[in-house]
Design a protein around this ligand. Structure first.
Ligand SMILES: Cc1ncc(COP(=O)(O)O)c(C=O)c1O
Length: 482
């Protein structure tokens, strides 16, 4: 027998006595992936998925259309093309289950680098004295420290490919802004970002990062837009909110020729891009020959958690697995646990279409919590529908409980998690403790969607007993469509 290895295939020439000739066999060479239940799983980079998963055609019922706020009529793709790049609008309305990842985006993912590891949190298990197994998907390794580049890269790529001159966006905690600034610098696309003023003051490091990547950054509300000017006149030290920053970014996009708005979350395409996380996780569990019993993570707009779970949700809806999905939000922004599943605006200035989602109302004031990425009033329509249909569950945590979990995770696994991510960690820890009490060997996995190395002042507050909890007394559900 003679064998040659060609790239990832083995060419085998072997005399076959029954055929009385030399058949040529082409066999794929064993993957260089690694899996060990003691440590977790690493994928061979060639195993990085080539397609994103779009859950829309698989949802238990059709998504409610976005409505024109004036006519209350459903809006079609054409009406979105002045605001968003064409290819993203196409993806937003796509009923294709699988969306091709362009080669340039796949290449950029590889250089982040992806695939990211699935890590077994063994010391955390030992600390909790639990028979459960805890894994986490390590999304904190990207240069900007979160999963945000998974969508920022394709969005910048499509905008550049369309020949646009400027990307405009908003950022709350600064994670999306830094990811977008990095991606735009890779594709040589100028970018302007409105950063919620209070976040910018709490986390000056994020603004410096964005500017280092070459972005133009405005504290929001700003003097750059009509809505910003109006709010500053009313209150010169207005703290801003994500809804206001979105309004400013939209106004800027509509008034600047050749610009488009690149948005972080909630829309179908942002969630589809993030499924790169779940598709890798799925391959990693296949290598480990295990199926998670519980998947948990935080929800702001819903992109990281949806991206993490949707490939598994598909399997659950096909009755192939029985995994439980738990979305974790702050008690300070209880969109899914105390809000309503109804039509609402996605921004404060009421410039967006009406979107059917879980919401605490678009006028919800800026909640005083450190998880800046979880302050958004609404949640992604597809995730909202899945929560409404009870395919996905949700719960909420106060921030002191969240930081308590984050500190345990830091001391056991060494990772200082983003305050957002720590909401998922809280649930994983609570579930592992329940497993200890019931002596259950469940497999728990959470998405560690970011690191908290630029959130140290929040850790400092917690470490010195200065952190306080807050939750809204009353939530006024909007009633735009009966
Ligand atoms: C690290 C991190 N995780 C999670 C989120 C929440 O967003 P999403 O629910 O869209 O993943 C944010 C948002 O800024 C974030 O920065």
């Amino acid at each position: 027998m003679v064998a040659f290895t060609l790239d990832r295939f083995e060419l085998i020439l072997k005399f076959d006595e029954t055929l009385n000739r030399l058949p040529i066999l082409l066999k794929s060479v064993a993957s260089k992936s690694y899996a060990d239940r003691k440590y977790g799983a690493l994928l061979d980079p060639e195993e990085l998925p080539r397609k994103w998963y779009n859950i829309v055609p698989d949802l238990p019922e059709a998504l409610a259309p976005m409505l024109n706020p004036h006519t209350r009529e459903p809006m079609g793709p054409k009406e979105f093309e002045r605001l968003f790049p064409k290819e993203l609008v196409k993806q937003q309305f796509s009923m294709e289950r699988w969306l091709d990842i362009p080669e340039a985006v796949w290449d950029a993912y590889r250089r982040l680098p992806r695939p990211t590891p699935l890590v077994r949190a063994k010391r955390l298990e030992q600390y909790l004295r639990t028979p459960a197994k805890i894994y986490y998907k390590a999304e904190q390794f990207s240069p900007v420290g979160s999963m945000k580049p998974n969508s920022a890269i394709p969005q910048a790529f499509y905008a550049k490919k369309q020949g646009l001159d400027l990307a405009v966006s908003e950022t709350g905690a600064g994670q999306w802004g830094s990811a977008l600034a990095m991606a735009c610098s890779w594709f040589e696309l100028p970018v302007r970002i409105y950063m919620v003023r209070v976040s910018s003051q709490q986390k000056p490091g994020r603004k410096i990062m964005m500017e280092t990547y070459g972005a133009e950054v405005f504290e929001s509300p700003s003097e750059n837009t009509k809505i910003g000017k109006k709010l500053l006149q009313e209150n010169p030290s207005h703290p801003g909110s994500l809804g206001i920053a979105i309004s400013e970014a939209i106004e800027d996009t509509f008034t600047t020729e050749g610009s488009r708005y690149l948005l972080a979350s909630a829309f179908n395409y942002a969630l589809a891009h993030q499924t790169i996380i779940g598709l890798e996780t799925q391959k990693q569990f296949e290598l480990l020959d295990e199926v998670p019993d519980i998947m948990c993570g935080c929800i702001g707009g819903g992109s990281n958690f949806s991206g993490f779970i949707y490939p598994f949700v598909r399997e659950k809806m096909r009755k192939k697995i029985d995994t439980e999905f738990m979305a974790c939000e702050p008690t300070a922004v209880p969109s899914t646990t105390r809000g309503s599943f109804t039509y609402d605006y996605a921004d404060t200035a009421e410039q967006t279409p009406l979107v059917k989602m879980y919401t605490v109302g678009h006028n919800f004031s800026n909640p005083p919590i450190h998880a800046g990425g979880l302050r958004y009033h609404g949640k992604a329509p597809s995730l909202s529908l899945l929560i409404y249909k009870k395919v996905v569950k949700s719960t909420s945590f106060a921030q002191t409980k969240v930081f308590e979990a984050a500190k345990i995770f830091a001391q056991t696994e060494g990772v200082i998690a983003a305050p957002e991510s720590a909401h998922g960690i809280r649930y994983a820890i609570d579930e592992a403790i329940r497993c200890r009490k019931k002596n259950e060997k469940k497999i728990i996995v959470f998405n560690n969607c970011g690191h908290g190395l630029l959130d140290l002042s929040a850790y400092n507050e917690y470490n010195h007993g200065k952190m306080v909890d807050w939750s809204p007394e009353e939530i006024v559900a909007p009633q735009y469509v009966k």
